[in-house]
Design a protein around this ligand. Structure first.
Ligand code: C2O
Ligand code: CU
Length: 453
């Protein structure tokens, strides 16, 4: 919070047009300026071959993790190393477990072969002290992420997560930044402990503040005179991120480029969601705000917080990029429903179709089947729905039938809302279906969809 306040003070001093001083050195010498935000360090490629990305990841405890507290990290860093590959590459990961607990790695959003999906359903997690090798081919471009899928709520919360960038060589080369958002500090009130009581008290589990790559209210420096492609991930296990900035240009969601530029007033990232945005900065700094947004009711009262400023030495903003958008009409809802998932809960127990994981009915669909899924939320909180190993088209959501084409792997379901999806079941295996509010998943809001060969 202190950093945020000093940032505001800085811009107040620097901004008046009558100020003859250049805005670059406005802070008195004994007051530290806002901290710098830098992209997470990238993993070293251990294989000289062009089409193989071979990395080594060690999950281990760290004394000073998020917010200076003891936690867990991959290769000692939070966020973990960014893995950067190109479509068609083979990813090889040597995973070493130096935690005092079992763990796994799940590849969120990636169409991995089922035995590489890192879930503990019908397979044992990696025991402490053990290592394993994970390998698969990367068939899709986009911003994905990796995190454990064992004791997920706690392990992600302690700092085990990182970004996987898969580049498409046909997209223009634009400098990028990887920005991982996580919430820090005590929540004002964690509604999960006592949802009913806190709903009566109008208390909301709003985060104290957001960290971007571990920094609150920091400054990201854009390469002067160039556009910046920012890859955003909400890695929080519970908090919704509602971002607002002037002149929003959103180019991609969970599963790569959108069919056209999107310019939303607010970009909502539920836990697990990604988006890519284009920042054109020059002259004035760009300020990125997080609006208060509650999982109990959406937009909430309170002050927006500056979570990040983007600055550039260039005097004017660069020109926008010509992204190779492929215009795609929104899908047409066929009207029938093959599978229905009802989200229920009362703050004590969180269920899908009245069942608590692992005591669940495994639904099956045939390989190659087009499957219409309806999500219905009859509980008092929102839930981000996530399906492993696949992506799906959004047919309709709380706002009505889709007006644009959206391919996602995580989709938010508002309170009392219905969301309809079209899934092409093209990846055989037993895939986890769950709420990405990780305490909910942990408390049972998870099931399995079998895609049968
Ligand atoms: Cu990112 Cu099963 O989750
Ligand atoms: Cu949930």
């Amino acid at each position: 919070m202190r950093r945020f306040l000093s940032l505001v003070a800085v811009s107040l001093i620097a901004c008046p047009s009558t100020d003859p001083e250049p805005p670059s050195d406005p802070t008195p010498s004994d007051e530290p300026g806002p901290a710098e935000v830098v992209s997470p360090e990238e993993a070293e490629d251990l294989d000289p071959a062009d089409d193989i990305l071979h990395v080594s990841l060690t999950a281990a405890p760290v004394a000073e993790g998020l917010d200076g507290e003891a936690g867990y990290a991959y290769n000692g860093q939070i966020p973990g190393p960014t893995l950067r590959a190109t479509v068609g590459d083979t990813l090889v990961v040597d995973l070493q477990n130096d935690l005092d607990a079992p763990t796994t790695i799940h590849w969120h959003g990636v169409h991995v072969p089922w035995d590489m999906d890192g879930v503990a359903w019908m397979a044992d997690p990696l025991a402490p002290g053990e290592s394993t090798t994970i390998t698969f081919t990367l068939g899709q471009a986009g911003t994905f992420w990796y995190h454990p899928h064992f004791d997920t709520d706690s392990q992600v919360d302690q700092g085990l997560y990182g970004v996987l960038v898969v580049e498409d060589p046909d997209e223009p080369e634009v400098p990028d930044a990887v920005l991982v958002f996580d919430d820090a500090g005590e929540h004002h009130d964690d509604g999960d402990d006592d949802g009913a009581a806190s709903a009566h008290a109008h208390a909301d589990p709003l985060p104290d503040r957001w960290l971007v790559n571990g920094v609150a209210g920091g400054v990201l420096t854009a390469p002067p005179g160039q556009p910046l492609r920012a890859r955003l991930l909400n890695a929080s296990n519970i908090a919704y991120l509602a971002l607002r900035w002037q002149g929003a240009r959103v180019i991609a969601h969970d599963q790569g480029l959108l069919p056209a530029l999107s310019q939303p007033e607010v970009l909502l990232l539920a836990p697990g969601d990604r988006a890519e945005v284009e920042w054109l900065v020059g002259g004035e700094d760009l300020q990125v705000f997080a609006e208060p947004f509650s999982l109990h009711g959406g937009a909430a009262p309170g002050e927006a917080e500056v979570v990040l400023s983007v600055s550039s030495e260039a005097p004017t903003p660069p020109a926008a990029v010509e992204w190779p958008f492929v215009a795609t009409p929104p899908p047409v809802d066929p009207g029938y429903t093959d599978l229905r998932y009802v989200f229920q809960g009362d703050g004590e127990q969180w269920m899908i179709n009245g069942e608590l994981f692992p005591d669940v009915t495994v639904e099956s669909v045939g390989l190659g089947a087009e499957t219409i899924i309806e999500l219905r939320n009859v509980s008092p909180t929102r839930h981000p729905f996530h399906l492993h190993g696949h992506s799906f088209e959004v047919l309709s959501d709380g706002a009505g039938p889709a007006t644009t084409y959206r391919l996602e792997d995580t989709v938010d379901v508002g309170i009392r809302e219905v969301v309809r999806l079209r899934l092409l079941a093209d990846n055989p295996g037993d895939w986890m279906v769950h709420c990405h509010l990780l305490p909910h998943a942990e408390q049972g809001m998870m099931t399995v969809l079998r895609v049968e060969e």
